[in-house]
Write a protein that binds this ligand. Sequence first.
Ligand SMILES: *[C@@H]1O[C@H](CO)[C@@H](O)[C@H](O)[C@H]1NC(C)=O
Ligand SMILES: *[C@@H]1O[C@H](CO)[C@@H](O)[C@H](O)[C@H]1NC(C)=O
Ligand SMILES: *[C@@H]1O[C@H](CO)[C@@H](O)[C@H](O)[C@H]1NC(C)=O
Ligand SMILES: *[C@@H]1O[C@H](CO)[C@@H](O)[C@H](O)[C@H]1NC(C)=O
Length: 645
Amino acid sequence: MWKCAMLVCLVSNFVGGDRNHVMTDFDRASWLDDQDFKDMIDYSFEGSRCCNIFVEGLMERVDVMFHQFIKLYGHDYTVNNINRRCNAYLLLAEKPRSLINAVKKVPTAIALTEILIIFNSEIEENSLLFNASFYKNANVNLISPTGRWSLSEMFLLPRVFKKVSRNSNMKHNKGIVDLEGRQLQVATFYVPPMSYLSTSENRTVNEVEGEFFSSNDTMEWDGVEVKLFVIMAKHLNFTWMIRKPNGGYRYGRAKNSTWQGGMIGQLFRKEVDLAFGGIWFTYDPYRYVNLSVPWYQVSIHFLVPRPHPIINFWALTTPITLEVWIAVVVTIAMQSLNIWCKARINPKVPSRFKSFSNTLLELIGRLLGSWAPRQTIGLRVQLHLWHFAGLLIVTAYSSSLAARLTTPDYEQRIDTADQFLESNLTWGREGPIPKFDDYFEEQYREKMRERFQTEKSPAQRQKKIDQGNYAIVGKIIRSMFFPENEIRSSDLHNYRVMKESFGKYYVCFATQPWLVLSIDRMMTRLIEHGFANYFLKDVIQRRTSISLREVRIEQDGDNVDGAVPLQLKPLGAGFIVLFLGHAIATIIFYFELRQNNDEKSILRTIMDMKRVPCMSDQSCRLRRARHQTLRKKRTTNQWNVLIPD
Ligand SMILES: *[C@@H]1O[C@H](CO)[C@@H](O)[C@H](O)[C@H]1NC(C)=O
Ligand SMILES: *[C@@H]1O[C@H](CO)[C@@H](O)[C@H](O)[C@H]1NC(C)=O
Ligand SMILES: *[C@@H]1O[C@H](CO)[C@@H](O)[C@H](O)[C@H]1NC(C)=O
Ligand SMILES: *[C@@H]1O[C@H](CO)[C@@H](O)[C@H](O)[C@H]1NC(C)=O
């Protein structure tokens, strides 16, 4: 609403009422030729399809101009009311004061705004209307019966009203324009692969201190956005000074309807004209500065520790499940019991089955196929089936074991946000705390904030990487991962890229309003002609290390090439059985040795007795008795030692 505009009611009622009602009577009174006026309108409002009109003054005189305008313009218009979708503004009045009031209502900060002022009486040289700063970023043409002026383009300093002789000079230059070597202040920082600028020195420019990039090293003047910027500078014909962001932030933060710190803050305070370096096309900066068309999409990703192969000591038990193991044990026990009972009832069944432990051992042996069948009267069918079952179980176990042991098991991979949270990983970075709202969706925001720990130095990060359970934050650009902080190549060795990304953003340049149309046009051209893609490919190919490429390669699962040789650990259970058997055998062997010794001493005594003839009957009788006991002892002995009678 044009609240303070003092309106001639008649005019407003009249035009508001019926726009088709054109009072042709006034045409004759106009001081502007129809064709002349039409040209001026066309040049001033190039391509516009609607217009905001402000009129004020004595009814008769402004009405003539007003009706002439709407007749010639031929598109929609609003009177004394702002339709923000229309960028064209016609201001028509007789007093400078009312025009100045009108200009104050126009959103002049927007560079798209085009103003045509018709001053319906003689204009003085020093009129306030000629104050260029008054119009901010808008394009302005001024017509009065005494002359016509065009305000020079806002990308050239200083802006002045130039008197024009031809209507075509009223045309506003837009898009790819000539900045005539104007020096632009630019902000960026070291953010591979966008910009590799790093060496800087402190200087004061336009009363603002800044850290300006000063290196002559061509390796530093590299980066996708730096390359795009240099082409833009060449085509728009501007020179530049590039500085670092200030205020402790890289991009800054919106706070109490201003923007604090970082490159966006520098733009907001008009310290710089242009900023680039992975600026996200998001709503927050968009409200404060002008963003160019985006040129690429990046996504926020994490590097997570690679899953380690699991080497299980009990790997030999894993081919079959616990239930199957239990079933096998129960079956053996029941079968042994069955045969043992049979042997006690049925006399035909071989008597060795009368011992339960013998039965158990033999059945286990038969199941494993290591027991040659001996006498099996009365049990033939049963034991043949037992053999057959054994064959099946052993075959199933062996093949499953072979498959398992030669392809290693891995810990669960971390591929989704939920798995990330489950696995208790922490993450962090140097510098300002990230804006979690931009990084994560709502459901993960709080949890990811809890996991975040600020880092003070590369050494601290290094320590966390060494300790494990740490994720490295970064971006994926053209399927290549770029960490937010520098990470040593050797530290990346144990990391892989998590499959799911957390957020996707478009990157763009941020500019002052008066530059955005030119940067937009240049950017669109560079994208269309494939420069953006070319530089992206080129820079990534030249500047990314092998270790950054390798984090994309999976080392677990299907990508393993060929079978791996078996290590000691997965065979652990087997070796335990072996050692157990060995221990038992050793103990038995020890007892055998002792028994053997006893027997030898018995033998020796008997021999001694035989060698010496007995002296008397009594002694002979005693010796025979002793001989008898020794022989008895011998026969109870199982060991096959020859004792001569
Ligand atoms: C620049 O930013 C302002 C404010 O956010 C916006 O209204 C305007 O449309 C943008 N574009 C130009 C070209 O000024
Ligand atoms: C760039 O601007 C300078 C300074 O005004 C001018 O001399 C030069 O011709 C311009 N270059 C181009 C290519 O327009
Ligand atoms: C430049 O100024 C910044 C702070 O504004 C300071 O941290 C830095 O050390 C200065 N660099 C030099 C070379 O003086
Ligand atoms: C999760 O990590 C923290 C610190 O890294 C540690 O103190 C905690 O014990 C871990 N919890 C689990 C369940 O692993």
